[in-house]
Structures are given as structure tokens and as C-alpha cells.
Design a protein around this ligand. Structure first.
Ligand code: EAX
Length: 320
């Protein structure tokens, strides 16, 4: 009865998309909304909702356990996640090449590699693992913080309990420096620092700022020991259900998200050190990077023998 009363055009529209139907898309990421990940997720949301005339609704949620979020994307209980590569190597081992200390000379080198065929090739390695690698985002260069002492030289790290990500490459590097690496999820980091389970941790400036790690760490040393990529991953079945046009719009929105995320990292890497000083941290800015690199050299071979040597060489030799 009621259906017959609908005008024909309205009925067609109702059949194509039940009234008010909206596809929900959840993106989880660690860190507060007001962070470089939040900036990326928000820009994506805005671009994709606009491009799809609100047929898609993007929900942004915080989840500080990156491994858990990746598993949820695999299972499909959430659609997408922005994560550092920390736990990603346990799912897609090929990405571990990116976690090698002192691999990238600077931000331009890292972004260049990720945006051209090497990075695009690595995105393709997610599919066989039940994940879709959509776009590379960024976390920034990682620096060491601790609550014990001013770290100037590699020897100062000896015996220090340092939280690392759940990442074999990072753990090996900190073992080589003589630290006691303690891998744990990001969600466990602040309690572990508060309780003194670990003395230190390492993260990029934007993470230290967004997560107020200055409240639990006194000393910051600008080691820049490794570039920390981030990635937007999505559930492959979810992407496959989209029309080709929607998928193209989503990819474009994801690129806008990556641009916003990187712009924010650049800004915070510039302003963040001053901000952390203002919040009371003691910052060591003059760091002998060569000394840290030399301390890691004997272990580099051990770290790299399990990685794709040819790919590592291509990354090192990459020039714009
Ligand atoms: O992705 O686990 C970490 O230290 C990461 O850098 C952080 O969650 C941001």
C-alpha cells in the first residue's frame, strides 16, 4: 500500500539505496584526534564524505594497540587503520626493510622512496596477507627519551631498559646498543614509564608532543635513529564491495589524508622541540649520529641478512 504511494522516481531511488542508507567506514589510529594521524584521518574523512555526497560516513576512533587494530582490519570488524610499521612486519615481513636504522638520509628521501615504485611495490605485498595497503603516511624520525640521564653517546644507553615497538629490527638494534629492549604495544607505554618498568622509549617528536610523554620522561636526545613510516591499511573485501568510482574517490581521499598527515609532521618536527623544552624536558640536540651508526654497524649485517639485500641497496641509492 505504502510503496504504491511513492512517486516512481522515489521508488527507484529507494530500491537503489534504501532511504538514508549510508555505508559506515571506521578508521582506527593511535594517538589523540589532534595529532598527525588525526590530521590525516580527518582530511580523508572530509574528502571522501564530500566526494561520495555523504553516501559514506567515516568514523574516526582511537585505538593505541596497533597490532589489535591490524587484526581487526584483517577480520573486517573495522574497515581501516592508520598504523606505524611497528607491528606491521609481523603481518607483512617485506615491510621490515623500512625499519632499518639510519636507512633514510632525510624526510625527502623517505617520502620519495615511499611514493615511487619501491613504496608502491611494498603496498602490493599486503594483499596476500589479507590486507590492502592503500597509502603511505608518516610518523616521523624517531628519537630517544628516558627518565634516567642525559644521553649523549651510545655508551649512555648501555643497560637502559628501553621500550621498543613489537618489531624485530628495532629490538635487534637496541640490543646492539647494549640497551635492554622491552617490546610492548603503544597502549602499554605510558603505564610502563609511570611504573618504571622501562626507563626510556623512542618515538618521533609529533608522538611525544601529542601523547604528553614529557610528563613521564625528562630527557630527550635527538638521535633520529630511524624513520618511522605509517600506513593506511584497509580490509580488502570492503574495498572490493565499493564501485570502481567510489574506490577511486577513496584512494584520492586517502592521498589527501597522507598530504595532511605529512604537513603536520613537518610542522611539528619544527615546533615540537621548543614545545617540549617549554614543558620541561632537557633536550640534547647535538648528537653524534656517526657514533650511533658506528655502534650499530657490527649488528647491521645480522639485521640485514634476513632482509632483501637488493631492495635495501635500491633504497639507499635512491636519488630524486
Ligand atoms: O604509531 O608504538 C609506537 O611507538 C608508535 O610510534 C606510535 O604508536 C604511533
Amino acid at each position: 500500500m505504502f510503496r504504491r504511494m511513492l512517486p516512481a522516481a522515489g521508488l527507484l531511488a529507494a530500491l537503489a539505496a534504501p532511504a538514508g542508507a549510508q555505508t559506515q567506514l571506521t578508521i582506527q589510529h593511535p594517538l589523540p584526534l589532534n595529532s598527525h594521524y588525526g590530521a590525516g584521518a580527518s582530511a580523508l574523512k572530509e574528502a571522501f564524505e564530500r566526494a561520495s555526497s555523504n553516501r559514506f560516513r567515516v568514523n574516526i576512533q582511537r585505538n593505541d594497540n596497533e597490532r589489535e587494530a591490524i587484526e581487526s582490519v584483517q577480520i573486517g570488524t573495522i574497515e581501516c587503520s592508520i598504523t606505524s610499521t611497528g607491528p606491521v612486519g609481523n603481518f607483512v615481513p617485506e615491510t621490515r626493510v623500512l625499519d632499518v636504522p639510519f636507512l633514510f638520509r632525510d624526510t625527502a628521501h623517505a617520502r620519495g622512496v615511499l611514493d615511487t615504485e619501491i613504496g608502491q611495490g611494498l603496498l602490493g605485498r599486503f594483499q596476500p596477507r589479507g590486507l590492502a595497503g592503500v597509502v603511505w603516511m608518516e610518523n616521523g624520525f624517531r628519537h630517544l627519551t628516558n627518565s634516567r640521564r642525559e644521553v649523549n653517546m651510545p655508551a649512555d644507553v648501555r643497560g637502559m631498559k628501553v621500550r621498543t615497538m613489537e618489531n624485530q629490527v628495532h629490538m635487534r638494534a637496541f640490543t646492539a646498543l647494549g640497551a635492554l629492549p622491552t617490546p610492548m604495544a603503544f597502549s602499554e607505554l605510558v603505564p610502563a614509564l609511570q611504573q618504571g618498568t622501562v626507563d626510556g622509549q623512542e618515538n618521533p617528536i609529533p608522538v611525544i608532543v601529542a601523547n604528553n610523554l614529557n610528563q613521564v620522561q625528562r630527557f630527550l636526545t635527538l638521535t633520529g635513529h630511524v624513520y618511522s613510516p605509517a600506513i593506511l591499511i584497509c580490509n580488502p573485501a570492503f574495498l572490493a564491495r565499493m564501485s570502481a568510482a567510489d574506490r577511486a574517490a577513496f584512494t584520492e581521499a586517502a592521498r589527501a589524508g597522507a598530504a595532511a598527515n605529512r604537513a603536520r609532521v613537518t610542522a611539528e618536527e619544527q615546533s615540537g622541540v621548543e614545545e617540549l623544552r617549554r614543558r620541561g624536558m632537557t633536550v640534547v640536540t647535538q648528537v653524534d649520529n656517526a657514533a650511533f651508526q658506528a655502534a650499530l654497524a657490527p649488528s647491521a649485517q645480522q639485521i640485514e641478512q634476513q632482509l632483501d639485500a637488493a631492495l635495501l641497496r635500491r633504497i639507499r641509492e635512491w636519488r630524486q
